[in-house]
Write a protein that binds this ligand. Structure first.
Ligand code: GDD
Ligand code: MG
Length: 371
């Protein structure tokens, strides 16, 4: 038996307004919820029991994943009524684990798609008998991540979460192997950050934390830019098959069109775009590197690029969207050219004449922050 915990309780603030209705791991990437790709990776790596550590909107996970049988795994849900932070969530999930005290338990951040060798990481953990083994990847700019220096033997020497001046470009990739007893030593029922509390404390206590350093395909989908990139990478096959479940038979050229979508003959789809089930796209329209969710409507002679169009959103004719995010059900009137990077929240009718009030336009730009 190999068990895993996936942390899916975050609010996904940087992906608002999409995450106002759908938790980040349930947003569609290449036509299926992001979490389905992670479950496929876990299953392929030999994991048979997955504990989902939920807090925000748990019912949306359970409705889709059920007991996990359709994905070839067994899923148990452990809910935090009040979010406990990443460390508190791992400790809380322990209630559903069946592993013995010395067994390795895989922990994943619920927003990371990774082509690394998870079996290899678990094997290293067993061989070294470490307390924890962290997957590290090398990135160009480590400031937004956990910065993790190591020594010549592959031991982690510090864990520095979101440092302004990173001491190395090797970062925490959000895939851990914990010895079960190390999870159970985390204080229960408290808000704890695994990055800011647990890892630094383990190092202070001279526990052995090892690094699995492998820069395979890796992406954290926490921002709109990364989210569209990731979906396009899966559709295009840039994301390797051990990172994501395949984009499936709905692929057309370098795009993916799901069942029941209606497309005018001359629609141009490119860059790994996905068109959701029952969506409609009008004549003379270009959609590049975007995610158009189920039942959305894109009018004619419109250009959509690097954007996410929420479920049932309606974009009129002759519109231009670049790097935009529209919440589910948003209406964009004919002839609207949105400023690049615009985010449109729920129940707002942009530049339109329709029934919904414009008194609180709630349009923010991509500088919107938070985690
Ligand atoms: N259950 C539960 N409860 N899950 C949580 C909670 C909580 O209170 N808080 C966060 N999570 C989940 C999120 O849903 C997400 O899947 C994961 O924990 C990580 O949270 P993020 O908010 O995405 O963190 P981050 O991207 O800023 O940083 C983390 O990931 C980086 C790699 O992508 C850190 O682990 C960094 O050290 C790391 O480099
Ligand atoms: Mg993240």
């Amino acid at each position: 038996m190999q068990e895993a915990v996936v942390l899916v309780g975050g609010l996904g603030t940087r992906l608002r307004p999409l995450t106002l209705t759908t938790p980040k791991p349930m947003l569609p990437v290449a036509g299926v919820p992001f979490i389905a790709h992670q479950c496929a990776k876990l299953q392929a790596a030999g994991v048979d029991h997955v504990v989902l550590a939920t807090s925000y909107r748990p019912e949306i996970f359970a409705d889709y994943l059920g007991d996990g049988a359709s994905l070839g795994i067994r899923i148990t849900y452990v809910h935090e009524r009040e979010a406990l932070g990443t460390g508190g969530a791992i400790r809380n999930a322990s209630a559903a684990l069946e592993s013995g005290a010395n067994d390795p338990v895989v922990i994943l951040n619920g927003d990371v798609l990774s082509g690394h060798d998870l079996r290899g990481q678990v094997e290293l953990h067993r061989k070294t008998e470490a307390a924890v083994t962290l997957h590290l990847v090398e990135v160009a700019d480590a400031r937004a991540y956990g910065c993790v220096p190591t020594d010549a033997d592959g031991r982690v020497t510090a864990f520095l979460e979101k440092m302004p001046d990173p001491v190395t470009n090797w970062i925490n990739a959000g895939a851990y192997v914990f010895r079960r007893s190390v999870i159970d030593a985390i204080p229960a029922g408290q808000v704890i950050s695994v990055e800011r509390d647990t890892f630094p404390n383990l190092l202070l206590a001279a526990s052995d934390i090892r690094a699995w350093q492998e820069s395979a395909y890796w992406i954290d989908v926490g921002t709109p830019e990364a989210f569209v990139r990731c979906s396009a990478d899966v559709v295009l096959g840039v994301a390797p098959s051990n990172a994501a479940s395949p984009a499936g038979s709905a692929r057309i050229g370098d795009a993916m069109v799901l069942l029941g979508a209606e497309m005018a003959n001359d629609v141009r789809l490119s860059g790994g775009t996905t068109i959701g089930a029952g969506a409609r796209v009008g004549t003379g329209t270009d959609v590049d590197e975007s995610v158009v969710m189920d039942a959305a409507v894109v009018g004619s002679s419109t250009r959509v690029r690097r954007s996410v169009i929420g479920k049932g959103a309606v974009i009129g004719d002759g519109c231009v969207l670049d790097g935009c995010v529209l919440a589910d059900g948003v209406v964009v009137a004919d002839g609207t050219e949105l400023p690049p990077g615009t985010r449109v929240e729920l129940d707002v009718d942009i530049a339109g004449t329709s029934n919904k009030p414009l008194s609180d336009p709630a349009v923010t730009d991509t500088a919107a922050s938070g985690t």
